[in-house]
Design a protein. Structure first.
Ligand SMILES: Nc1ncnc2c1ncn2[C@@H]1O[C@H](COP(=O)(O)OP(=O)(O)OP(=O)(O)O)[C@@H](O)[C@H]1O
Ligand SMILES: [Mg+2]
Length: 320
C-alpha cells in the first residue's frame, strides 16, 4: 500500500489536462481528454475528479487507477461483448475504436441506494418504468438487478432518468440493439458482482456506456471503476444494513458526502475547493479499491504524469 507521504508527494504532479493537438480533435469531458482522428480516439484519463457533474480538482494517481482497472475488467469480460479497446500505450491512456455512442447511459443496480433511494423515498422512482415493491429499506439488496437508464446531459446539466419504454419510443436506440445492450449490461454486471464477491467486495451498482460501430453493439468508455460504480466492503455489510448503519464505501460516494455535509454542496452554485487532506483521502480509497479488486499492490511512479504520457505516446509512434 502506498503511504500517505507518497500520495502527498504526487499532489503537485497530478494531471489536470493535456494539450496535444497533434493527436487530433479534442473533446474534453469531465474526466478525460479525448483526441479523435478518423475512427480512433486517444482517451487520456486525467486526474480530474467530478461530483454532481462539476469538476472539483485533481486526485493523485486517479487517471492511472481508472485506466488500469478498466483494462483489468475488459480482459475479464471480453467474451461477453465486443469492447472498444485497441491499445494501452500508457497507464493513463487507452486508444479506442470510435463508436456512435448511445445518447443514454445504462445503469445497473443490485441494491437500492444513492439517488434511487432518494427517488424511491420521494415517490419518484416510477420514472424508470419499474414497479418497486413497498417497504424497501436504504441499501437493501434487490431480488434481481435492475436497469435504471439515464439520458446523457451536456456539461453542467444533470442526467435525467428515463425508462426503457421511453428510450424505444423516442428511438434513442434501435429496439434490436437495445435488447442486446440490456442483456450485455446484465451479464457484465453479473460477472462484475461475482468477481467482486470473490475479492471481499460488493459491486453495488454501475454505469455502462455502449454504442455501435458499423451497426454492431460495442462496449465503450470505462467499466466497473470507482468513478462509474459503487463498491462496498462485503465483510460486515449485512450487519451494517440490519443495524441501519452506513455501508463501508470504496468509491466516490465519500467525496459526495464531504461536499454535502461539510459544505452543503450538492450541485448548485460553485463547488468548494478540495483540501489536500480530502485529495489524499480519496486517492487512498481508490488505491485501496484497486488493491482489493486486483489482489496486486498498486505501484506507480511519483512524478509528472504529463511527461510520462508524452514519453510513452512518442515511443509508441502516436506523436509523430
Ligand atoms: N469508443 C468511444 N467512441 C466514442 N465516444 C466514446 C468512446 N468511449 C468513450 N466515449 C465518450 O468519451 C467521453 C469520455 O470522456 P469523459 O469520461 O471525461 O466524459 P464525461 O464527463 O463522463 O461525459 P461528458 O461527455 O458528458 O462530459 C464520454 O463522452 C464518452 O461517452
Ligand atoms: Mg465518463
Amino acid at each position: 500500500m502506498m503511504t500517505d507521504d507518497q500520495l502527498r508527494a504526487q499532489l503537485p504532479h497530478t494531471l489536470r489536462q493535456l494539450d496535444l493537438p497533434a493527436l487530433g480533435e479534442l473533446y474534453r469531458g469531465k474526466v478525460r481528454d479525448n483526441y479523435s482522428r478518423g475512427d480512433r480516439i486517444v482517451m487520456i484519463t486525467t486526474d480530474r475528479v467530478s461530483a454532481f457533474d462539476h469538476v472539483l480538482g485533481t486526485i493523485p494517481f486517479k487517471g492511472e487507477i481508472l485506466t488500469r482497472l478498466t483494462t483489468f475488467w475488459f480482459e475479464k469480460v471480453q467474451d461477453i461483448a465486443p469492447i472498444h479497446l485497441l491499445d494501452a500505450p500508457d497507464p493513463s491512456v487507452m486508444v479506442v475504436k470510435r463508436a456512435k455512442p448511445f445518447p443514454v447511459e445504462i445503469i445497473v443496480r443490485g441494491y437500492i441506494t444513492g439517488s434511487l433511494w432518494r427517488d424511491y423515498q420521494a415517490g419518484k422512482a416510477g420514472t424508470y418504468g419499474i414497479s418497486w415493491p413497498a417497504g424497501l429499506r436504504k441499501d437493501q439488496r434487490l431480488d434481481q438487478p435492475v436497469l435504471t437508464p439515464s439520458t446523457k446531459a451536456e456539461y453542467g446539466r444533470h442526467d435525467e432518468p428515463i425508462s426503457e419504454a421511453e428510450i424505444l419510443r423516442q428511438r434513442l436506440v434501435e429496439p434490436e440493439i437495445w435488447s442486446q445492450a440490456r442483456s450485455v449490461a446484465l451479464r457484465l454486471f453479473e460477472r462484475g458482482q461475482e468477481w467482486a464477491r470473490s475479492r471481499g467486495l460488493i459491486l453495488v451498482d454501475t454505469k455502462y456506456e455502449m454504442g455501435t460501430t458499423d451497426g454492431n453493439l460495442v462496449v465503450i468508455d470505462e467499466i466497473h471503476t470507482p468513478d462509474s460504480s459503487r463498491y462496498w466492503i462485503a465483510q460486515d455489510s449485512q450487519e451494517r444494513f440490519e443495524r441501519g448503519q452506513d455501508q463501508h464505501m470504496l468509491d466516490k460516494e465519500n467525496i459526495r458526502q464531504w461536499l454535502i455535509q461539510e459544505h452543503g454542496f450538492s450541485g448548485q452554485g460553485k463547488p468548494p475547493p478540495l483540501t489536500d487532506a480530502v485529495r489524499i483521502s480519496l486517492a487512498r480509497t481508490y488505491v485501496n479499491l484497486y488493491e482489493r479488486l486486483t489482489g496486486e499492490t498498486f505501484q506507480a511512479e511519483v512524478g509528472s504524469v504529463e511527461e510520462r504520457i508524452k514519453r510513452n505516446l512518442a515511443a509508441r509512434g502516436y506523436l509523430k
